[in-house]
Design a protein around this ligand. Structure first.
Ligand SMILES: [Zn+2]
Ligand SMILES: [Zn+2]
Ligand SMILES: [Zn+2]
Ligand SMILES: [Zn+2]
Ligand SMILES: [Zn+2]
Ligand SMILES: [Zn+2]
Ligand SMILES: [Zn+2]
Ligand SMILES: [Zn+2]
Length: 281
């Protein structure tokens, strides 16, 4: 989306989309030029540009829909929204929008906030704690080790603290979505999806993925790791090994035979296989 006068893409700093009284939108810069001109008319319909110049919230919130996961666009300590805008630190979000009745909820923890980090253009706020999580924890870059929606995940110490903050688990533990065990300590998290993979599962998944070519179904087809299996078909699955149902975890899958293994069952097969190879040697 670009300003019809200067043809620059709208952004949060130099080209904030701003609404004129007549209903047209131009960037803030061009409007300031118009204000200092003699006629002060909208260049599109020649109506007076008016005095109540506010950002175009409709446009801002439309763009917000494209803006979901701030974590992917990290550049060292700089945080960007999905559209590539830098987030700026702000002590008063409402003042940034000139007092308009917008509500600001942290995109990650969903708490209501009025300070923290903001992409002003996309109305993309996150709180300071979530910002620090996004910049200070380690992103996992192994292929295939992602959340149920294929987002990158980050290794978070004390995952129980986050889970109690968002009210998901309040008993000082968190539920690992991939082994369904309540845990404390480190977890590989996607905070957009509230996805947790405990440190044990992370270790096991790495082991399995390094030998995944040895996994087969009962009819000897190779199994394929599908981290987004449940979200892509919108349905949970039952593991053919342990019979447990999983609604937020990937599957080692044979589509032909509808055969699924959870991470733990896949790992125990790999371990058995390794041991039998050792016995042969
Ligand atoms: Zn402009
Ligand atoms: Zn106009
Ligand atoms: Zn937050
Ligand atoms: Zn943005
Ligand atoms: Zn686990
Ligand atoms: Zn996710
Ligand atoms: Zn299983
Ligand atoms: Zn099969």
């Amino acid at each position: 989306m670009e300003c019809g006068v200067c043809l620059n893409e709208y952004d949060s700093r130099n080209h904030v989309p701003t609404l004129l009284d007549c209903g047209h939108t131009l960037c803030r810069n061009c409007i300031e030029d118009l204000l200092s001109s003699e006629q002060k008319l909208c260049p599109i319909d020649r109506n007076p540009i008016g005095t109540r110049l506010v950002p175009n919230y409709e446009l801002l919130s439309l763009l917000e829909l494209r803006c979901q996961n701030p974590i992917r666009n990290l550049n060292e300590n700089e945080l960007k929204c999905k559209n590539g805008h830098f987030l700026a630190c702000s002590e008063d979000f409402k003042a940034e929008y000139e007092g308009a009745g917008l509500m600001f909820k942290c995109k990650l923890c969903k708490r209501e906030i009025n300070d923290g980090w903001l992409c002003k253009f996309c109305v993309f706020p996150i709180c300071d704690e979530c910002k620090r999580w996004s910049t200070d924890t380690q992103e996992i870059n192994d292929p295939g080790i992602v959340c149920v929606k294929n987002h990158k995940i980050r290794l978070t110490p004390n995952a129980e603290e986050w889970n109690s903050r968002i009210g998901r688990w309040k008993n000082g533990k968190f539920l690992c979505d991939t082994c369904l065990v309540k845990k404390t300590g480190a977890s590989a998290q996607c905070r957009t999806c509230n996805f947790d993979m405990c440190a044990d599962c992370l270790y096991k998944l790495r082991q399995v993925l390094s030998m995944v070519e040895y996994l087969i179904c009962k009819n000897k087809h190779p199994l394929v790791w599908l981290p987004d299996f449940v979200t892509s078909r919108n349905k949970d699955f039952a593991c053919n090994g342990c019979k447990k149902r999983f609604n937020k975890s990937g599957s080692f899958n044979c589509g032909l035979c509808r055969f699924d293994l959870c991470i733990l069952c896949a790992e125990s097969r790999i371990v058995k296989m390794r041991n039998s190879i050792h016995e042969l040697l």
